[in-house]
Design a protein around this ligand. Structure first.
Ligand SMILES: C[S@@+](CC[C@H](N)C(=O)[O-])C[C@H]1O[C@@H](n2cnc3c(N)ncnc32)[C@H](O)[C@@H]1O
Ligand code: SF4
Length: 416
């Protein structure tokens, strides 16, 4: 309800976000600046009950067929431009990309034929896959950033998530030796049995063992997940998020987004806050100036489509100006800063012309402050953002993924 009201008001329209199965055969990204790349590897050794992402249990034969399709999708999309495009970064998410370790260099080489990757290359890693050989192979392939899905260092919290502890000291020794520019550690908060004390201890452990930044996600109970234990109530989430923010501020770690905190003087990396990106693989999304598209979630259907020489797109949303501006502002606000001149450059219209009143109200309620002409989220603003992000995750992401998991090519999805 609250999400519908906000969408209606901010887009100044009753028109919901409508994804349909009509899409372009050509993606118009040639003139797009600040373009990122994303590759999805949908295989895991075992499937975690809490995890909503698109993945299946690893099978070597299926992974090889998937690799061939992925390389062909890169050809299909890469050939839509003249020449070689500069892109900001490349991120491998999953799933567990390390299960295709030997293939990552092949995928990177294929991407290099069409794209010059200027910034870093990032990879998500399950702690169970981290050892010296894996890390050295990643480094040799050009990976500069890793994100470790630790979730918690406490046996009790891991148990509540259906995981078992691993030898964290050994893993982080290998990580420190490999010397990546960015080491992100994912932690989940509001796990049943967790306390603020154990959570803050986890944060300290992560930084002490070698994290350059941490991502602290509130535990979300997706409707299609199979959680034996449910997340702690919102009131406790609120207290925990405040405690994380206070602790990080007091210990000199900088807030780099609503849910990420980093050591000062280190390179920052985010897999989500890109203005435009091309996504490859099942469930991967592509965001351009006027459209958002999502690939099929079915590995079988993905391979079949690619073999027919077609894009594996399942659904596309064509943005109008205000819808695109709301989407842009949503992710900029997540990064805690809205830069007015960058907004103007992107949309060719002043932020205040579209949302002057809303920014004024946000300032009056102390959700944002103006610093050197840019809006910065306050701690209070970050808390309200956290609430909104969770509401949209339930109303939009959960709903969309729920349908996409059951139908390879749905006709239409309407998000109100
Ligand atoms: C694609 S997943 C995991 C990457 C890697 N395969 C792993 O298991 O370590 C990325 C991150 O999303 C977060 N996540 C997954 N499910 C979640 C949930 N239900 N609630 C909150 N965070 C979640 C976890 O912190 C996880 O590390
Ligand atoms: S949390 Fe990681 S390992 Fe577990 S199912 Fe999700 S992607 Fe796979």
């Amino acid at each position: 309800m609250i999400t519908s009201l906000m969408r209606t008001y901010l887009t100044r329209s009753l028109q919901p976000f409508t994804f349909t199965n009509q899409y372009d055969d050509k993606l118009n990204y040639e003139q797009t600046e600040q373009l990122g790349l994303y590759v999805h590897i949908p295989f895991c050794r075992t499937l975690c009950s809490f995890c909503p992402y698109c993945k299946e249990t690893y099978d070597a034969k299926q992974a090889q067929a998937y690799l061939q399709a992925l390389l062909q999708e890169i050809d299909l999309v890469g050939q839509m431009q003249q020449g070689r495009k500069q892109v900001t970064s490349l991120y491998f998410g999953g799933g567990t990309p390390a299960l295709m370790l030997q293939d990552l260099a092949t995928i990177i080489a294929k991407l290099h034929t069409y794209f010059a990757i200027e910034g870093g290359i990032g990879v998500e890693l399950h702690p169970g896959d981290v050892n010296e050989t894996v890390l050295q192979t990643l480094k040799a392939a050009g990976v500069t950033m890793i994100s470790l899905g630790i979730q918690s260092f406490q046996a009790e919290s891991l148990h509540a998530l259906g995981r078992t502890p691993v030898d964290f000291a050994r893993i982080f020794q290998a990580v420190r030796q490999a010397e990546f520019s960015v080491v992100d550690v994912d932690l989940i908060f509001a796990i049943p049995g967790q306390t603020t004390k154990t959570l803050l201890a986890d944060i300290e452990t992560a930084f002490t063992l070698g994290a350059t930044q941490i991502s602290t996600y509130p535990f979300i109970d997706f409707t299609f997940a199979d959680n034996a234990y449910k997340p702690l109530p919102e009131q406790q989430k609120k207290q925990m998020l405040q405690a994380i923010a206070t602790y990080c501020a007091e210990t000199g770690r900088e807030r780099t987004s609503v849910w990420t905190f980093a050591k000062t003087n280190t390179q920052k990396y985010s897999s989500v806050t890109r203005d435009n990106f091309l996504g490859f693989g099942v469930s991967a999304t592509t965001l351009l100036k006027d459209q958002f598209k999502i690939n099929t979630f079915s590995i079988h259907a993905y391979i079949e489509r690619i073999e027919q020489g077609q894009l594996p797109t399942a659904l596309t949303l064509k943005f109008n100006l205000r819808q695109r501006a709301v989407y842009y502002l949503f992710w900029r606000a997540y990064s805690t800063e809205i830069n007015q001149s960058e907004f103007k450059q992107f949309f060719d219209v002043d932020l205040h012309q579209l949302y002057g009143l809303e920014m004024w109200i946000a300032k009056i309620f102390k959700l944002v402050v103006l610093v050197n002409g840019n809006y910065q989220l306050t701690t209070k603003g970050a808390y309200y953002y956290h609430l909104i992000e969770q509401a949209y995750t339930t109303a939009y992401i959960d709903r969309m993924w729920h349908v996409a998991r059951t139908e390879a090519f749905p006709e239409k999805i309407t998000l109100k």
